[in-house]
Design a protein. Structure first.
Length: 228
């Protein structure tokens, strides 16, 4: 097969302690997966109707690289999240089988152009430009599930400029990791290489150029970076 021009490089995420990297297929995200964050956004967490959206695979920012402040916004918000990396997939995956698909875990930021999101919500429009922009998914190195198991509880925190901004526990997720995978597999055929951002606790706020952030998932992963 030949192409009309050179294909873009495959987006990838480092694997902690290894030379191999995790090739990214798609990035799925779930909204309103922590009740306290849903409330601070003027919404409710509804188990009957999970809210999903996507980011482009090449939105990942890895290896401690600087994160460019995006255009067309004056209100860039941080949302710290546990990230699940899939090593398998399929359709209509049962909750009982879902964790068998997990390759590993990390921590990331779902960066959001909040002003554009608010405008879209007010007009009943999609959130795409608010969520799926360049460099909108900084993510840590991944830890293999085979080495650490499947964390069901643990502190999820974000410090900005040394000050604690977000502090939650993954045990408070409305949909567990297995349930998120199950629900997504009813809508899409999941594949090895998919990343899932699993929602954020309360405390989202604005980032400015020059801000240094440290995101952490208990003893699993740490992500450090700077907004430029």
């Amino acid at each position: 097969m030949t192409f009309a021009f050179g294909a873009a490089p495959i987006a990838s995420v480092p694997i902690a302690g290894e030379a191999e990297r995790f090739p990214v297929h798609r990035i799925y995200c779930i909204g309103r997966n922590y009740a306290d964050h849903a409330r601070e956004m003027g919404a409710t967490a509804d188990r009957s109707q999970p809210v999903f959206f996507m980011k482009p695979a090449d939105a990942v920012v890895t290896d401690g690289a600087d994160v460019p402040y995006p255009p067309a916004t004056g209100d860039l918000h941080h949302e710290v999240e546990m990230v699940v990396a899939l090593g398998g997939g399929g359709r209509d995956i049962a909750v009982a089988d879902a964790l068998d698909c997990v390759f590993g875990y990390g921590v990331g930021l779902d960066l959001t152009r909040r002003d554009l999101q608010a405008r879209a919500k007010a007009g009943g429009l999609p959130w795409d430009v608010a969520k799926g922009f360049d460099h909108s998914a900084p993510v840590s190195a991944l830890r293999r599930a085979a080495a650490i198991g499947h964390p069901a509880r643990g502190a999820l925190t974000l410090h900005v400029g040394g000050a604690l901004r977000q502090n939650g526990d993954i045990a408070d997720m409305v949909f567990s990791v297995a349930e998120v995978i199950h629900e997504l597999s009813r809508l899409y055929e999941l594949r090895a290489g998919d990343l899932i951002f699993t929602g954020t606790p309360a405390g989202v706020a604005a980032l400015q150029r020059g801000d240094v952030f440290v995101a952490a998932l208990d003893s699993v992963a740490t992500l450090e970076g700077r907004i430029v």
